[in-house]
Design a protein around this ligand. Sequence first.
Ligand code: HEC
Length: 276
Amino acid sequence: MMRRRLTAFLACLLLAISMGATAGPAEDRKAMLEHYKQRLPNIKLEDYIYGALALNQDAKDQYDSIMMFPPFVNDVDDGRKIWEKPFKNGKKFSSCFPRGGKNVAGNYPYFDNASGKVVTFENAINACLKSNDEAELKYGSKEMGLLTSYVKSQSDGMKVNVKVEGPGALAAFEKGKQFYYARRGQLNFACATCHIDNVGNFIRSEQLSPTVGQAAHWPEFRAGTELTTLQRRFQQCNSQTRAAPLEFNSEEYNNLEYFLTYMSNGQKMQTPVFRK
Ligand code: HEC
């Protein structure tokens, strides 16, 4: 009896030690939050979703008033129409998702062990179309953007809840992380150079937002009208440093999205939003 208890105790102790010793996604996220707490001591954790707006009260006030009557309501409604239109077989998109598509978007991207790949929300939409013998939508197309603007709005208030479980998932996360920290382009900048090392600093007239919170609100409507998806933003940020932008839905961008979204775990989703 005594010996069994001792063995169980030792097993627990070993587990605790090994968990403490291995760095992993949870530790990465904790370290990142700690960094921002030092760099942005006046920003509340729940305000990271506002990105650069959280750093500038005037800009945030302007944003709040724009969001009361968003200029993109009709676009979101166009997305609703695409979502609700029945397939040729009579079924609808809602048949492919739990809860008819409500409060699901925060679980994406996830890692699919069967295919060995990260599955983004756009991938899930296309898988739904395919399984219903419908033509897939082009990744990055306006139609896909309108559709996700609407469907993801059905998850407003849900907390980002990306899981990294198992060796395949961990490898994809690590690749996304490497991408984030790798320097590239003529200016030799990493994503991290701007959004981590220089967070809160200005680059031309723009203040740099923190990584945490960045993935919780896509698509955006820039200037109120220009529909911009998260991977489109990756392309823009890559181009800004004169690095070659990659293709939508490339393995690199999907892994990057996986890493970036995990860093927003626990942040409240809101889709779509206005950005300048
Ligand atoms: C030269 C600096 C720079 C680099 C490098 C950079 N970005 Fe950005 N990024 C910006 C600026 C400026 C903005 C607009 C202001 C803001 O929101 O930070 C921005 C915005 C973003 C946003 C949108 C934030 C929001 O709330 O609208 C995301 C997401 C993002 N960047 C991701 C990345 C990723 C991923 C990389 C690496 C591929 C990267 N950035 C590299 C400067 C940079």
